[in-house]
Design a binder for this molecule. Sequence first.
Ligand code: ACO
Length: 327
Amino acid sequence: MPLKSRISGTGSYAPENVLSNLDLEKKVDTSDEWITERTGIRERRIVKKGQTTSDLCLEASKKALEAASLAPKDLDMIIVATMSGDMPMPSTAAILQKKLGAKHAAAFDLNAACSGFLFGLSVADKFIRTGASQKLLLVGAEVNSRFIDWKDRSTCVLFGDGAGAAVIEPARGKSGIMSTELHTDGSLWDYICLPGGGSQHPPTAKTVRDRMHFIRMKGNETFKVAVRTLEKLVVNTLKANNVDPSQLAMLIPHQANLRIITATAQRLKLPMNRVAVNVDRYGNTSSASIPIALDEVVREGRIKTGDYVLLEAFGSGLTWASALIRW
Ligand code: ACO
């Protein structure tokens, strides 16, 4: 039987500080009613002063390692999916390696925005299946709050901070990652971007004045592409694996907007009790949203050995991705 990879432990962490829609009403021209109706978000978590992306990674990772009964020194690889790392260089994964004391792990970051965790899962799956890695830690983590324009109501109500982690190990038998599928359409890169601070627009007083160091999004255009693309993606992923939607125990979607999540579930005729939803409590935590949701359903006992679990994401790039897992 060919070697597969499996998730042997999960963990997540969200900062304690809660920012509600009512709090946002006091900052910008918005309303709890608009945010709830258009997005499903009621509140989000925001880091405290001095707290960084690697700090969130550390908390989530400790829980995932404990769940997998592993010590940091057992790890041979760490991948952090993030678009809001501690600093451009070194990688947040390197800083996490130090904080964890995971001395034997090669560590690097990967950026596919909101699809980052699933791009990371696909990379992890390959490393495990080729035998190049035996014990891999994959983390999706974001401190989006530091890259949000708090004067732009069209984006500041959407995002939150958090981290989710998964330990990936070899597996034989029926359980394991069955498939991963990755896509990018770079021609639509400007639908969601953070234009300042890179080699195209290095930081200057002008880039700061022009608010180029914040996330910009063409929300409505992105919404339409996301719904269309994700509906096609989930149907194709199940078909390619000969799994009927009725056999699916749990759909774990990226948490950007409840309307997108519902549309995808409806396309599969899935009742909402078989869909992981936490966008109401955390908002869009980008690459952290799927591992946080996965950790929640695992800890709530909502998935059991042998279940089919489908993960899907859509984000800046544009990128989109899926993973089908036999739990
Ligand atoms: N409060 C009140 N009104 C608002 C707000 C707000 N916070 N934000 C926008 N509006 C107004 C707009 O100004 C507009 O007013 P107008 O009609 O007078 O011009 C109206 O509401 C409608 O705006 P739309 O942008 O068309 O609203 P829409 O229904 O599309 O919802 C949203 C916006 C929530 C952003 C939605 O389009 C969405 O979820 N898009 C997809 C996001 C996504 O999936 N992103 C991918 C992942 S993110 C990543 O990768 C980093």
